[in-house]
Design a protein around this ligand. Structure first.
Ligand code: B16
Ligand code: MG
Length: 214
């Protein structure tokens, strides 16, 4: 029986992908690195450090540790400027209502996000009160697709993996859920998220019955 839902943040609760894109783009322009929407797609659900690794690899270049730290800090500063724009109106379709339904049904709610800014984003949305446990990139050492984050959140919720369902918009997140022994609902396209038990085109289609029958 499913007793808990673990939500990804970016692409499930709210859409910050465009802000990540604009921030990486600004840094890349300043540093003469190639960066486009296609590459940005491959950074979904990928931690900040690993995202920079992928951008450097795409450009066939490497950086000293000091430079890497500088790039990561600058990218995050640009991103934090964009985060200021988020308000409680920026939930993805149907999500606020779905969280309310889960809460009223005594289903435990966890967050499992690769972002180090997850708490700030939830605060801007005024969504913190929905979550029994918040797991982010500060909670564990190994980022998605490793199972560590979802395992951590389930443990903190007091649930076993088979009592939890993960909702994710990125392939590394679906892989992490399966590695953790959890079923997964993908939000997006079947081509990218085909390994998930269920794929929904939009968060608007999330319903309690889907979770109960998974
Ligand atoms: P930050 P999620 C992920 O969030 C994003 O999908 C990914 O694009 C981003 O690089 C990562 O967070 C790290 O974010 O720079 O804020 O620590 O989808 O796991 O909620
Ligand atoms: Mg995501």
């Amino acid at each position: 029986m499913i007793k808990g839902i673990i939500f990804d943040l970016d692409g499930v609760i709210t859409d910050t992908a465009e802000f990540h894109y604009l921030s990486w783009k600004q840094l890349s322009n300043e540093e003469g690195l190639k960066f486009d929407k296609l590459l940005n797609e491959q950074l979904k659900g990928v931690s900040r450090n690993k995202s920079l690794d992928r951008i450097l690899k795409h450009n066939n270049t490497t950086l000293s540790e000091t430079k890497q730290k500088d790039y990561l800090e600058r990218k995050n500063n640009y991103y934090l400027q964009y985060l200021k724009k988020i308000t409680q109106k920026d939930y993805l379709p149907g999500i606020k209502n779905f969280l309310q339904v889960l809460q009223a049904s005594n289903i435990k709610i966890g967050l499992g996000s690769a972002s180090k800014n997850a708490i700030s984003v939830l605060e801007k949305l005024e969504a913190t009160h929905f979550f029994d446990v918040i797991g982010d990139d500060n909670s564990v050492k190994n980022a998605k697709p490793a199972p560590d984050l979802f395992q951590y959140v389930a443990k903190e919720l007091g649930l076993t993996p088979n009592e939890c369902v993960v909702i994710e918009d990125a392939a590394p997140g679906i892989e992490a859920a399966h590695e953790a022994g959890m079923k997964a609902i993908g939000i997006g396209s079947k081509e990218i998220l085909g390994n998930a038990e269920i794929v929904l085109e939009s968060t608007n289609f999330l319903k309690l019955e889907i979770i109960q029958n998974i």
